[in-house]
Design a protein around this ligand. Structure first.
Ligand code: CP
Length: 330
């Protein structure tokens, strides 16, 4: 049994196998590959793309998806071990994971961090607990990483460029009024480096650096692939000559747990918005974003409406890669 918690647990060739089958499923979408299989999808946070693409994708493969929102339409769950459960939770993950595994062939989880204490949040306790107690595979639908988005991102770039080795890739921080999750940014560094690209992380200052775990992984993967990894705070230099621009906003880890301070910090960096002028510095780069995206806050209309914007294609590819992933692990 293999979980899909992080692409860090999967080799490049294992991931490529998933992408290759996703390309086949894209051409021939309706196959009974998940007949008599069911997937419990637990959403602790909102979703539009992830929920829809999983539900439709599972149905296209003749499987059954069950959506549960703990604390809303399902019982709230406790994750601390050895605790007197006198709070809001009505049951413990030990029972929830074991019971759902009795009914379903896979458990998929969306559980964002709590945005209070990064040292706690970086342990990714919710999905790790499900993986510990479930006897069926567990899939990450976004926690502190977003591996399904990574699959769609790479498939979309391969459809555009073919081989990605040695391509010049920029992950840029972009403005948002609120401090957001670092998951997609962490994922972007991991997958771009795993696929052998030269990776640059552009962010306003050292305060916005991602967790060292992800910086280290990206550096190591780049070294292994013979590519470069760089951090920059210089917008013009970072955009120059790039072939891929991926944008994401996140809150600074230095002031994690202080959303008012983080928002005030973000206000000083509105000029990181992705616009046509910055894209003109690149080597005819494609642009993408995981979505949702606030237009003219994170990226301008000009960028979002340009032919080089692959954001909708990437979102569409979520369905194909997830169908391939579920077929692979089930
Ligand atoms: N990109 C993504 O995961 O979108 P949702 O939050 O809408 O699922």
């Amino acid at each position: 049994m293999k979980h899909f918690l992080s692409t860090n647990d999967w080799t490049e060739s294992e991931i490529q196998e998933i992408l290759n089958f996703a390309k086949k499923l894209k051409k021939d979408p309706y196959q009974p590959l998940l007949k008599n299989k069911s997937v419990a999808m637990l959403f602790f946070n909102p979703s539009s793309r992830t929920r829809t693409s999983f539900e439709v994708g599972i149905s296209e493969l003749s499987g059954k998806a069950i959506v549960l929102q703990p604390g809303k339409d399902a019982w709230p769950i406790e994750f601390e071990e050895n605790i007197v459960m006198d709070g809001a939770a009505e049951e413990h993950v030990k029972e929830v994971a074991k019971v759902l595994a009795e009914y379903c062939d896979c458990i998929a989880i969306r559980a964002f961090p709590l945005f209070k204490n990064w040292q706690k949040d970086r342990l990714d306790n919710v999905i790790k607990s499900f993986a510990k107690y479930s006897s069926v595979p567990v899939v990450n639908m976004e926690t502190i990483e977003h591996p399904c988005q990574e699959l769609a991102h790479i498939l979309t770039l391969q459809e555009h460029y073919g081989d990605l080795k040695g391509r010049d890739y920029l992950l840029t921080w972009t403005y948002h009024p609120r401090p957001l999750n670092t998951a997609v940014a962490n994922s972007s560094l991991m997958i771009a480096s795993k696929f052998g690209m030269n990776v640059t992380l552009l962010c306003p200052s050292e305060d916005y650096l991602l967790d060292d775990r992800y910086l280290k992984r990206a550096k190591e993967e780049c070294e292994k692939a013979g590519s470069n990894f760089a951090v920059s705070h210089d917008i013009e230099r970072a955009y120059s000559g790039k072939e891929i621009v991926y944008a994401k906003s996140w809150g600074s880890l230095v002031n994690y747990g202080n959303p008012e301070i983080q928002s005030a910090e973000n206000e000083q960096h509105k000029h990181f918005i992705v616009d046509g002028q910055k894209m003109n510095l690149t080597n005819n780069a494609v642009f993408s974003h995981c979505l949702p995206l606030r237009r003219n806050i994170k990226a301008t209309d000009e960028v979002m409406d340009a032919k080089y914007c692959l954001a909708v294609k990437e979102a569409a590819n979520r369905k194909h890669v997830q169908k391939s992933l579920l077929t692979n692990i089930l």
